[in-house]
Design a protein around this ligand. Structure first.
Ligand SMILES: Cc1cc2nc3c(=O)[nH]c(=O)nc-3n(C[C@H](O)[C@H](O)[C@H](O)COP(=O)(O)OP(=O)(O)OC[C@H]3O[C@@H](n4cnc5c(N)ncnc54)[C@H](O)[C@@H]3O)c2cc1C
Length: 373
């Protein structure tokens, strides 16, 4: 093992190359900052690629609240965000705006769906109750047992694996330095600011390196808490495992179909995702027989045609959950350390940030006192 010191690396070091870290890096690079993203594995390979890719403010909410407003605002930014990412990367991310179908079979589900319908229509949100014949026309092959269904035109979806590739490609094109297999092991404080970080690299002459910058972003998903703790910052972030399955389908599934935690999500190329579980089992990413069985039972109940689909693969990912299930964003007492974690079930939805070139050129840089090294 070698130990070395590298020269100051960038204006901003982003710790964690998931979609949250990379999308922040992209905006910083657009603001003409030198940005370096460190990931202990392959960027995008954790929760960000494990997700289902639903952009579903309404499907994730019963009674819309302030967090719903944030989610809906993100959803509204998505068309522009996708166009921008696709143009920068030259890659199609499979973005679809066909809406989602919420269905209910048993009494509890019917009650929950009724509450969603009433609360959301009271607030003037677009949600449409469907007669059974209309539901079966929109999505052929659903169970005749379904007793209630509502169509939500504003819930969209995309292929988040493609989005990972595209955002990373866009970052690289804008000059972001992305370093895979660089595990940050410690953030070092001096005079109340993060001075530099220690990282272990598995690339080149492997070993411990020190990297410095003016500002740091901690976006290490459900692993963020362990990095913040030695700084005296208690981040209530914990992993929530979600298992997923993917099938080939003879015909395109036209819409997302959801019943509680269980859902089917279309993917480009006649593929269908089936999810999911919500398990608090630490950092264990195992795919289990029990998890897959519960997903299959859940989706076959609403869509019996799943029984005949050809299995492709199964995986799991760790959602960064928090005590109140809300993301942790911004800085605390350490003013040059920005936190961006805890996006739980909505990290894909919450990606887009508004970017306007004008205020960032000069103005923000001076205010934040970014130094070029
Ligand atoms: C099964 C499942 C389904 C989901 N479905 C949806 C959905 O439909 N819609 C939606 O909006 N959201 C969904 N989510 C949630 C979404 O995936 C997450 O909220 C989001 O991906 C979090 O992104 P992130 O970048 O914070 O975390 P991650 O993607 O986990 O990235 C964190 C990165 O930090 C790196 N890292 C960790 N420790 C270190 C270290 N010490 N040094 C350097 N790097 C480090 C990791 O290697 C990783 O690449 C789902 C999640 C799961 C698991």
């Amino acid at each position: 093992m070698t130990e070395g010191f590298s020269t100051p690396t960038a204006d901003v070091i982003v710790i964690g190359g998931g979609l949250i870290g990379c999308s922040i890096a992209l905006r910083l690079a657009q603001a003409k900052l030198r940005v370096c993203v460190l990931d202990r594995g392959e960027p995008g390979a954790e929760a960000s690629s494990a997700a289902a890719g639903m952009l579903a403010p309404q499907g994730e909410t019963v009674d819309p609240d302030a967090f719903f407003e944030l989610c809906a605002a993100s959803r509204d930014l998505y068309p522009h965000y996708v166009a921008e990412i696709e143009e920068l990367s030259g890659q199609d991310v499979g973005y679809r705006r066909d809406g989602a179908l919420l269905v209910a079979i048993d009494d509890a589900e019917c009650g929950a769906l009724q509450r969603i319908y009433e609360a959301q229509s009271r607030q003037g949100l677009p949600i449409e109750r469907l007669a059974p014949a209309e539901m079966h026309r929109r999505v052929p092959g659903l169970s005749p047992e379904i007793r209630d269904s509502s169509f939500v035109p504003g819930d969209h979806w995309l292929d988040n694996e493609r989005l990972c590739d595209a955002v990373i490609a866009a970052c690289r094109r804008l000059g972001v330095e992305i370093r895979p297999r660089h595990a940050v092991i410690r953030l070092n404080l001096q005079s109340g600011r993060v001075q530099d970080i220690d990282a272990m690299t598995a690339i080149g002459p492997t070993g411990k390196i020190k990297l410095s910058a003016s500002h740091f972003v901690l976006a290490a998903g459900c692993w963020s808490g362990a990095l913040a703790e030695p700084l005296g910052i208690k981040l209530p972030v914990q992993p929530c495992r979600g298992q997923m399955m993917e099938f080939d389908s003879p015909a395109e599934l036209p819409l997302v179909v959801r019943a509680g935690h269980h859902y089917l999500v279309p993917r480009p190329g006649r593929r269908v995702l089936a999810g999911t579980t919500a398990e608090y089992v630490g950092f264990d990413k195992a795919v289990t027989a029990e998890g897959l069985r519960s997903i299959l039972e859940g989706v076959e109940r609403i869509a019996p045609f799943v029984k005949g689909l050809k299995f492709r693969r199964a995986w799991s990912g760790l959602r960064p959950d928090t005590a109140d299930h809300l993301p942790i964003l911004g800085h605390g007492e350490i003013v040059n350390l920005f936190l961006a974690t805890g996006h739980f079930r909505n990290g894909i939805l919450l990606l887009p940030q508004r970017y306007s070139a004008r205020p960032h050129h000069g103005g923000d840089r001076r205010r934040l006192n970014f130094k070029r090294h």
